[in-house]
Design a protein around this ligand. Sequence first.
Ligand SMILES: O=C(O)c1ccccc1N[C@@H]1O[C@H](COP(=O)(O)O)[C@@H](O)[C@H]1O
Length: 212
Amino acid sequence: MDIAVKICGLREPAHVVAAAEAGARYVGFVFFSRSPRHLGLADAAALALGVPEGIAKVALTVNATNEELDAITEAVPLDMLQLHGSESPERVAEVRSRYGLPVMKAVGVAEPADLAALDLYQTVADQILVDAKPPKGAVLPGGNGLAFDWRLMLGRVWRRPWMLAGGLTPDNVALAIRSTNARQVDVSSGVETAPGVKDEALIRAFCKAALE
Ligand SMILES: O=C(O)c1ccccc1N[C@@H]1O[C@H](COP(=O)(O)O)[C@@H](O)[C@H]1O
């Protein structure tokens, strides 16, 4: 089975190397100051330069303004924008056209009613990211290490490529793939030893479990 892995929230060159060597197809950089994974522009630009050809560099933003997105896209060589806030379908379409980059829109899922948003966003985004809905009052809209009930995904078909996220770890990613039929998986906290602290061995273990 051809599975694509995204390792999100990278901050260290050694972790980019580990992700690349382990077969990840996407690496994510977080531009959200409240996240322990937040990167400044200069650090992100330097990190992006070390990403091997063929691995997509994804900028994760949360309700970013045009000014913020202008600064990010001017400073950092990117292949995709991940919109992880409450961006409307119109805003997703605007960002896609303004920056000429593929856009992946994240949608938080906790119950069947949440899936309707996926139908809507697939009409304007290049990809959709199905993540767990954050708990009420959470500081972060994602990256909380929280999974949702994968049975909600049974029988769902979308016309756009989609990625499964939320609480994935080296221990559960194979089951998550089998349970949801996902062809793409995204992880952040599941390959960390503390919030924002990635671990090479966990990155390699996650990729191995997802890809074998
Ligand atoms: O990782 C973050 O800090 C983050 C901040 C704001 C929005 C999203 C964030 N991460 C994304 O959340 C999902 C799930 O992460 P986890 O594996 O459950 O920790 C994933 O798509 C990350 O890209």
